[in-house]
Design a protein around this ligand. Structure first.
Ligand code: AP5
Ligand code: ZN
Length: 207
C-alpha cells in the first residue's frame, strides 16, 4: 500500500499515520520528523532547516526531494510507504510523478483552521519516535510520558500560536493546491492514477 496523507498543520496526519503504518506494515515517511531528527543531530541541514521551521516556512524543494528519494531506496519501502507531510508543493508532487513513485491513495484530512490552534497548543510529542499526544484530546496513559517507552514528552518549537498561524497561511498558499492536483489526476482515470478520499478530521481520533 502506497499512501499520501494530505492536510493542514495539526490536521492529525501523524496521529492517523500511527494506525495506518501498523495496519499495512509500511514505513511512515514524515519529512517533518526527518528534519527534526537533523535539527537534533545538529547536521548542516538541521541548522539550516531549523531557521525555516521556526519561522513557519517551507524548506527548499530540492533538499526535501533529495531526502525523500534517498529514503525510498531503503529496503523497508519495498512493501509500500506512507508519506506524511509530503509532497507539500507542486514541484515536490511533480518530482515524485516524474520519478515514477507509485501512489495508491491520497487521503486528505480536513480540519477547519479554527480547531487547529487548540490542537497545537495541547500537543505533546515523543521526539525519538514522533508519537504524538494531546493533553485533552489524546492524553498519554501517564501525564507527560510516552505510552511505549515512558520517556518524557516535549512541545514542538514551532507550536507557538504565531508560528502556527504562519504555517496555516503557508499551507493555504502553497500546499492546498495539491487537493486540486491529486483530485484531477484521480479523476483522469490514467493508468497509475491514485484514488482520492477526503476524510473529516474533526471526530474522535479512533473514528
Ligand atoms: P510537519 O512536521 O510535517 O508539520 P505539519 O504538516 O505542520 O503538521 P503537524 O505535524 O504539525 O500536524 P499533524 O497533521 O501531523 O497533526 P498531529 O497528528 O500531530 O512539518 C514541520 C515543518 O517542517 C514545516 O513547517 C516545514 O518547515 C518543514 N517541512 C516538513 N515537510 C516539508 C516539506 N515536504 N517541504 C518543505 N518543508 C517541510 O495532531 C496535532 C494535535 O492534534 C496532536 O496533539 C493530536 O493529539 C491532536 N489530534 C489529532 N487528531 C485529533 C482529533 N481527531 N481530535 C482532537 N485532537 C486531535
Ligand atoms: Zn505531523
Amino acid at each position: 500500500m502506497r499512501l499520501i496523507l494530505l492536510g493542514a498543520p495539526g490536521a492529525g496526519k501523524g496521529t492517523q499515520a500511527n494506525f495506518i503504518k501498523e495496519k499495512f506494515n509500511i514505513p511512515q515517511i514524515s519529512t517533518g520528523d526527518m528534519l527534526r531528527a537533523a535539527v537534533k543531530a545538529g547536521t548542516p541541514l538541521g541548522i539550516e532547516a531549523k531557521k525555516v521551521m521556526d519561522a513557519g516556512g517551507l524548506v527548499s524543494d530540492d533538499i526535501i526531494i533529495g531526502l525523500v528519494k534517498d529514503r525510498l531506496k531503503q529496503p523497508d519501502c519495498a512493501n509500500g510507504y506512507l508519506f506524511d507531510g509530503f509532497p507539500r508543493t507542486i514541484p515536490q508532487a511533480d518530482a515524485m510523478k516524474e520519478a515514477g513513485v507509485a501512489i495508491d491513495y491520497v487521503l486528505e484530512i480536513d480540519v477547519p483552521d479554527e480547531a487547529i490552534i487548540e490542537r497545537m497548543s495541547g500537543r505533546r510529542v515523543h521526539q525519538p519516535s514522533g508519537r504524538t499526544y494531546h493533553v485533552k484530546f489524546n492524553p498519554p496513559k501517564v501525564a507527560g510520558r510516552d505510552d511505549v517507552t515512558g520517556e518524557e514528552l516535549i512541545q514542538r518549537d514551532d507550536d507557538q500560536e504565531e508560528t502556527v498561524k504562519k504555517r496555516l497561511k503557508v499551507y493555504h498558499e502553497q500546499t492546498e493546491v495539491l487537493v486540486g492536483y491529486y483530485n484531477k489526476w484521480a479523476e483522469s482515470g490514467q493508468p497509475g492514477a491514485p484514488k482520492y478520499r477526503k476524510i473529516a478530521g474533526v471526530g474522535p481520533v479512533e473514528e
